[in-house]
Design a binder for this molecule. Structure first.
Ligand SMILES: Cc1cc2nc3c(=O)[nH]c(=O)nc-3n(C[C@H](O)[C@H](O)[C@H](O)COP(=O)(O)OP(=O)(O)OC[C@H]3O[C@@H](n4cnc5c(N)ncnc54)[C@H](O)[C@@H]3O)c2cc1C
Length: 398
């Protein structure tokens, strides 16, 4: 039986572990963070303060624990350039994670107002596909803190299936190094132990995966993107938007998307107004991949191109919000942040189209491999790529 070590249990690691465990591989998953109940995931945020602030979580299930449940297919045309066609895998993962459009009853008045006014202005704002179970969801606005009702798909679901099929899960165990002997892959190390395997898959996310690769001499850590976003908002008395399902609608434009969104940072910038009276829209762009991950630092700044896209998005959002009744004299924006770090071990640069590095047996399955900034929720694409890798490894074994 071939031994596989999976490093990290987020979007890429969970599904990969499950794909291999159900096919009889001996799988061990190492997770840096602790086991957590979904509703407590906010305790495990790891925020990187750099030019554009970057958010991720370190716990069982990784950053999927705090996702907003948005499920969009991305990067298809860029992946096709590497002969990667994910349509079959997208169909499968969408079914597995339960992608659906939430019923009208789960749309609050703030989201409806934004959608109606966007429509009247000629913008085609549609419902956002979600991996949220409408039977369990009771809108509370807490998706990005971790769902208190466990109504949202997270990677923990795949991890449970992996463990049921025999995978071993070791939490609170960061991998510090990849072991090689005379250029041959042997396994991984924690601070005090070594673990051996025939195949090592790095799924530690786009900040930690390139650092592990750099330690074995691979040129990872360039081309970092984060899907930079801002939230523009202002005051609309009595709207009570804060507790609605966030990002429940989507307007796609060239290079950016808009989605109804409340941010606590807006409330901080509008002292004297109740948070319940704030209505906002997120602008998320496909940013330039100029960031860098080094062993002890991350650099990511906003380029002129990024600013142009953010400004266009902010102007559009401001018009929609004003039409929806927001007091235009109160409109403000949050600083630029990023919640989708990726591209730091990209296909074509660090891994091949089978996600293998130049070290035989060392693979990457997480957001690091994405060839470009999707400017849209990346989880479905990461899941589809990791599923494809699982099938490739299983085929190789046969
Ligand atoms: C607030 C927020 C909302 C989001 N909403 C959405 C959404 O609605 N839809 C969407 O598609 N995307 C969303 N995203 C983005 C999405 O969650 C991430 O893009 C995705 O989870 C990245 O997957 P990954 O496998 O690359 O990394 P992660 O999911 O971050 O997993 C990496 C895992 O590796 C572990 N790890 C790190 N280093 C080590 C190590 N050395 N050894 C062992 N383990 C290690 C980490 O603890 C973590 O568990 C959101 C992100 C944020 C922050």
């Amino acid at each position: 039986m071939r031994k596989v070590v999976v490093v990290g249990s987020g979007a890429g690691g969970g599904i990969l572990a499950r794909e291999l465990a159900i096919r009889g591989f001996e799988v061990t998953i190492f997770e840096k963070g602790p086991i957590t109940f979904p509703g407590d995931a906010y305790n495990h945020y790891d925020i990187i303060k750099t030019g554009v602030e970057i958010s991720k979580t370190e716990c069982l299930g990784g950053t999927t624990m705090v996702s907003t449940g948005n499920a969009v297919r991305t990067c298809q045309s860029q992946l096709k350039k590497f002969n990667i066609d994910l349509e079959k895998e997208f169909d499968e993962v969408e079914q597995e994670v339960g992608v659906n459009l939430l019923p009208d009853a789960l749309f609050g008045s703030g989201t409806r107002l934004i959608m109606e006014n966007a429509q009247e202005m000629g913008f085609n704002m549609t419902k956002m596909p979600k991996f949220i179970d409408p039977r369990l969801c009771q809108p509370c606005g807490k998706c990005a803190l971790g769902c208190p009702r466990d109504a949202k798909w997270t990677s923990q679901i795949y991890l449970k299936e992996a463990v049921k099929s025999g995978a071993k899960l070791i939490e609170n165990s960061p991998i510090t190094e990849i072991i090689q002997e005379n250029g041959t892959l042997k396994g991984v190390k924690t601070v005090d132990q070594e673990f051996f395997g025939d195949i090592v898959v790095l799924s530690a996310g786009a900040i930690e995966t390139p650092r592990l690769l750099q330690r074995v001499g691979l040129k990872a850590g360039q081309h970092l993107f984060v899907d930079t976003f801002i939230t523009v908002g202002g005051v609309l008395k009595g709207i009570n938007f804060k507790e609605e399902v966030q990002m429940n609608a989507l307007l796609k434009k060239d290079g950016f998307l808009l989605a109804p969104h409340y941010s606590g940072l807006l409330a901080e910038k509008l002292p004297g107004y109740a948070p319940e009276d704030i209505l906002g829209i997120m602008i998320k762009i496909s940013d330039e991949n100029v960031g860098k991950v080094r062993q002890n630092a991350v650099t990511k700044y906003t380029t002129g191109e990024d600013v142009a896209l953010l400004s266009e998005g902010a102007a559009t959002a401001g018009s929609i919000l004003t039409a929806a009744g927001v007091d235009p004299t109160t409109l403000i924006s949050t600083p630029a942040r990023g919640a989708h770090p990726g591209g730091s071990a990209a296909i074509g640069h660090v891994v091949d189209s089978n996600l293998q590095t130049e070290i035989e047996g060392l693979f990457v399955a997480d957001a690091s491999v994405l060839p470009c900034a999707p400017g849209a929720p990346p989880i479905l694409t990461i899941l589809a790529l990791a599923k494809r890798l699982g099938q490739y490894l299983a085929g190789k074994r046969a």
